[in-house]
Design a protein around this ligand. Structure first.
Ligand SMILES: Cc1cc2nc3c(=O)[nH]c(=O)nc-3n(C[C@H](O)[C@H](O)[C@H](O)COP(=O)(O)O)c2cc1C
Length: 141
């Protein structure tokens, strides 16, 4: 794959052509883009975290060991919009891409606005999503 992960996600969100990235492709992209904030989750509720990049651990304050096997409840709190969080889960349950802005909590307790984009990962042999890739950016707001 010779396209940057950032461009890949942008293109997918602008054209709604998501779906041709596999779990193995996503792992490789994560490996090569440790500075970005990325996570791979399981494909069913509660979308447990399978792996995160160094960028995600920096953004959220939790180590890979602390995050793996947990849901994103880990970084939620009183100011988190549960309607937006539920929207992400509903889209994911249908194998769809989604985007949301959610107030999340760094391990220190600091609240930040998380711009979240998720895309389904699929194997060549299956239409059904096998995992999800999340791309996260801290933004003002
Ligand atoms: C791929 C994906 C990524 C998600 N990322 C976040 C996130 O970064 N922050 C957040 O607050 N919720 C996020 N959500 C929504 C949470 O997964 C959901 O609110 C949470 O799993 C509920 O946890 P619980 O079932 O343990 O209560 C995401 C959902 C999906 C499907």
């Amino acid at each position: 794959m010779n396209i940057s992960l950032y461009l890949y996600i942008q293109v997918n969100f602008e054209t709604s052509l998501a779906g041709d990235l596999s779990y193995e492709d996503a792992c490789e992209l994560m490996q090569r883009n440790q500075h970005l904030s990325l996570a791979i989750t399981e494909c069913e509720m509660p979308f447990l975290i399978r792996k995160v990049t160094h960028g995600w651990t920096e953004m959220c304050g939790y180590s890979q060991e602390a995050a793996v096997g947990r849901s994103f409840r880990l970084i939620q709190g009183a100011q988190t919009d549960s309607v937006q969080a539920e929207y992400l889960c509903q889209q994911a349950a249908q194998g769809l891409t989604a985007e949301a802005y959610i107030q999340n909590y760094h391990q220190s307790g600091r609240v930040f606005c998380n711009h979240i984009r998720i895309i389904p990962l699929r194997s060549a042999s299956s239409e059904k999503a096998t995992h999800f890739l999340g791309y996260f950016e801290e933004v003002d707001g």
